[in-house]
Design a protein around this ligand. Structure first.
Ligand code: NAD
Length: 493
């Protein structure tokens, strides 16, 4: 990870108003909400609280832009150039964007720079490159027919995103949607709206036309709901909790049957067979898997399923690594972890920890708030052993640095335990027997499986879940399918 200088808390001038039709505008109601730095508990900006009226304004602007084809009708080469310029502008503003992300959601500045900004820029560049490389088809019909299969944009895409990787989650949706020629209305999480607003400004600077990329900050129950229910939004691309994902399916049913793609929660199983050769390396992967980004990861390795023959040793090794993941000042470039996103979220994590203790699980390390003197929301890396597979600790997504350890006897039991939640996002298996590991990989009900590794990632691979972790895939060329439709055009020759 690149070393960075300690960053001053003097923050850049944040953009705080909605970005609609190429301009920053206040919410029609004039209302605002506070963006809070979770590392201090202090408000850092007052952000426009958009509601149904603002969402309608943004959708109308997006519709105008779509219908006059100011974006979709451009030469694909020109759209590609604009998205590549946008990616480059993100890179140019790396320090400012990273600082904004860290101040707004608490993650370590080194991660914000090396991971969030880089991945967001790479994502726009990847999908920019797709603009002039995606073809339609000619169907193999009889000689007296010509049947074209055209791939067309959907129209208006509403993107609703969470706070754990605000820029990356926005990029995973906005970039393929724009590449296919759609207009976008992005509703960022209320906890972390600031980088989305700056991204929209940079997109305009890159030459993406007015009305094509709009951002409506606001509360989920106001702006998010209004977008979900809007009669002129053609599709919703949502990342967030399973609970809110259900709402978007209802909104669609109650409005215009807009299509909905859902990237939801997870409870990743990290399965370790008895024959692993390097238990130290496994322990490192487990600790990184659950404690990176304060455990605020949809794919966090929150359940360690380990063969009972090696369980005690592995638990001891993971617990020994926990201090290395102790949160620090997010602005300190050496901090391995930062603040969780809010005091409310800290409260939810601590409640889950308390309930875990009461359920009979054994607290091995952590379990408390730390750095309380800062006024910020920090949680110590926490490990529970002897977790009952049916307990809330093992079943519910905590979205914090809390590891639940469950023992098994044999890989059949491991697979049953791994598949024994409502979720199906990530899973991992570690074994010296690669054939056995791959057989387990096939039996996992999960969208992303890691064999003898964890959280490997690349923009070229599909990302998403099965079961109640949702459906549809972000990243890779497959994501383009979510933002386009097929049209068949027949000609009798
Ligand atoms: P959340 O579901 O609370 O909020 C997500 C978005 O939905 C926010 O923009 C929020 O404002 C909006 N929203 C909230 N209530 C709404 C409502 N009633 N109607 C319309 N919109 C509403 O999720 P979060 O707390 O921001 O993020 C954490 C969740 O995101 C976790 O469950 C995590 O697993 C999930 N996540 C999934 C992935 C993935 O790719 N599968 C990636 C990152 C995060």
């Amino acid at each position: 990870m690149a070393a960075v200088e300690r960053v001053s808390a003097d923050h850049p001038a944040f953009r705080t108003e909605a970005f609609i039709d190429g301009a920053f505008v206040p919410a029609a109601s004039g209302r605002t909400f506070s963006a809070v730095n979770p590392a201090t508990g202090h408000a850092i900006a007052e952000v426009s609280a958009c509601d149904a009226e603002d969402v309608d304004r943004a959708v109308k602007a997006a519709r105008r832009a779509f219908e006059d084809r100011r974006w979709a009708g451009q030469r694909p080469l020109e759209r590609k150039r604009a998205l590549l310029r946008f990616a480059e502008l993100i890179r140019t503003h790396r320090d400012e964007l990273a600082l904004t992300e860290t101040l707004n959601m608490g993650k370590p500045i080194s991660d914000a720079r090396a991971i969030d900004v880089r991945a967001a820029a790479d994502c726009f560049a990847y999908y920019g490159e797709c603009c002039d490389k995606v073809y339609g088809e000619v169907a193999p019909t009889t000689d007296d027919n010509l049947a074209l299969v055209l791939r067309e944009p959907l129209g208006i895409v509403g993107c609703v995103t969470p706070w754990n990787f605000p820029m990356i989650m926005a990029a995973w949706k906005v970039a393929p949607a724009l590449a296919m020629g759609n207009s976008v209305v992005l509703k960022p999480a209320e906890e972390s709206p600031l980088t989305a607003l700056r991204l929209a400004e940079l997109a305009a600077e890159a030459g993406i036309p007015d009305g094509v990329f709009n951002v409506v900050p606001g509360l989920g129950v106001e702006a998010g709901k209004a977008l979900g229910l809007h009669m002129d939004v053609d599709a919703i691309a949502f990342t967030g909790s399973t609970e809110v994902g259900r709402y978007f399916l209802r909104y669609s049913a109650e409005s215009n049957i807009k299509r909905v793609a859902l990237e939801l929660g997870g409870k990743t199983a990290f399965v370790v067979a008895h024959d692993v050769k390097d238990l130290g390396a496994v322990a490192e992967a487990v600790a990184g898997g659950i404690f990176f980004n304060q455990g605020e990861m949809c794919t966090a390795a929150s359940r360690l399923l380990v063969d009972n023959r090696i369980r005690a040793e592995l638990v001891e090794r993971v617990a020994a690594l926990a201090p290395r993941w102790m949160p620090g000042d997010p602005l300190d470039p050496d901090a391995p972890a930062g603040a969780v996103v809010s005091r409310e979220h800290q409260g939810r994590i601590l409640s889950a920890i308390q309930a875990g203790g009461e359920s009979g699980a054994r607290l091995v390390t952590g379990g408390t708030a730390v750095r309380t003197e800062t006024g910020g929301a920090f949680v110590a890396p926490t490990v529970f052993d002897d977790v009952a597979p049916s307990s809330a600790l093992a079943q519910n997504e905590i979205f914090g640095p809390v590891l639940s350890v469950i023992g098994f006897d044999g890989l059949d039991e491991a697979v049953e335990l791994a598949n024994g939640t409502i979720y199906g996002l990530g899973a991992s298996v570690w074994s010296a027997d690669l054939a056995a590991a791959h057989k387990v990989a096939r039996r996992f009900k999960a969208g992303i499986v890691y064999v003898n590794c964890f959280d490997a990632d690349d923009i070229t691979t599909p990302f998403g879940g099965v079961k109640q972790s949702g459906f549809g895939r972000d990243k890779s060329l497959h994501a383009l399918e979510k933002y386009s439709d097929l049209k068949t055009v027949w000609t009798r020759l």
